[in-house]
Design a protein around this ligand. Structure first.
Ligand SMILES: NC(=O)c1ccc[n+]([C@@H]2O[C@H](COP(=O)([O-])OP(=O)(O)OC[C@H]3O[C@@H](n4cnc5c(N)ncnc54)[C@H](O)[C@@H]3O)[C@@H](O)[C@H]2O)c1
Length: 294
């Protein structure tokens, strides 16, 4: 079996953001090894032998519009991976970087994505519980312009208080809402997200600082470890643990997969779901188990 053919990236056009570092950099390295022509975008310089690299601040609509005009007319796979941690006072910036720019780029580039192409995002376990804001997220998603979205954010300060969480919840709502919408399904364009757990990347120090109420990196590291690692005596993932599965999801191997939020967290969020189900409806879970056993 020819593995490169199985992935289906050879000589295909791939656009990927956030490629200077972390998960997206790992994904880009694999895409290059699989023979893709990679157009990579980041606000920082990209030191990989991609077809073309663009240095762009993706929080700025004008800069996004400029780079979009330079991207190829035919795109086989789009990966949206750029992201930042949330510091106080940067709530709106986090919405723009971690969600709205990604929705905007997807929709601006959709016409260029081939039939049976793919769009894949990096969301986060931080978006767990996205269902609780789904209606608000869909209201935002349905606003037709960038400017209206910014106004919407300004009118909903409470919602964006948990800035990182809300942006990732919007991303997960977007995948769920759009997978069967006409613009995607009529042309069989697949749309999925990976939801990584704690991963050691260029963002680690910022996540640590932003998690601590005092901005103390070591306190934040301890807090993150308590939430994401302690319960399973776990360890942080590597960028490849996330970047490589993401490349698989965008590839021909997953040609029947769409609308999925793939948690890559060693099962941590499944254990949260299990605990919630057992606490809230223990009786009915027992009944279901009994029925299954009979
Ligand atoms: N590291 C983790 O523990 C973790 C966990 C869950 C989800 N994530 C998500 O994974 C994605 C990838 O992040 P990473 O952990 O690999 O971190 P990283 O910092 O190594 O990579 C993120 C990249 O995004 C780029 N970027 C940030 N803001 C940008 C902007 N305005 N314009 C253009 N590029 C910009 C950065 O320059 C960087 O190269 C992010 O969306 C992040 O939210 C990370």
């Amino acid at each position: 079996m020819d593995l490169k053919k199985l992935f289906g990236y050879e000589k295909k056009c791939v656009v990927i953001t956030g490629a200077a570092s972390g998960m997206s950099r790992s994904a880009t390295e694999l895409l290059l090894n699989l023979g893709a022509n990679v157009y990579a975008i980041d606000k920082n310089p990209i030191d990989l032998p991609v077809t073309e690299a663009f240095e762009v601040d993706l929080s700025q609509k004008e800069e996004i519009d400029k780079v979009i005009s330079k991207l190829p007319e035919r795109i086989d796979a789009l990966f949206l991976c750029h992201g930042i941690a949330a510091f106080p006072g940067q709530e709106l910036l986090v919405q723009k970087v971690n969600f709205y720019s990604q929705k905007y780029m997807t929709e601006q580039l959709l016409e260029r994505i081939v039939d049976h192409g793919s769009v894949t995002f990096i969301s986060s376990v931080g978006g767990f519980g996205w269902q609780s804001v789904y209606k608000e997220a869909v209201e935002l998603i349905n606003l037709p312009t960038w400017e209206e979205a910014i106004k919407w954010y300004e009118n909903h300060p409470k919602l964006i208080e948990s800035a990182y969480v809300f942006a990732k919840q919007c991303l997960e709502s977007y995948v769920t809402y759009k997978c069967m919408s006409h613009e995607f399904i009529d042309r069989k364009i697949r749309i999925n997200a990976i939801n990584p757990g704690d991963t050691t990347t260029g963002l680690t120090a910022d996540f640590n600082k932003s998690t601590s109420p005092n901005g103390d990196e070591f306190e934040g590291e301890e807090m993150i470890s308590n939430i994401f690692l302690k319960s399973w005596n776990g360890y942080a993932a590597s960028p490849e643990d996330m970047g490589y599965p993401m490349v698989v999801i965008g590839s021909a191997i997953c040609s029947y997969m769409s609308g999925q939020l793939i948690y890559i967290d060693y099962g941590l969020t499944s254990s949260w779901t299990s605990a919630a189900l057992l606490t809230e409806s223990q009786k009915s879970v027992e009944e279901i188990t009994q029925e299954t056993n009979n």
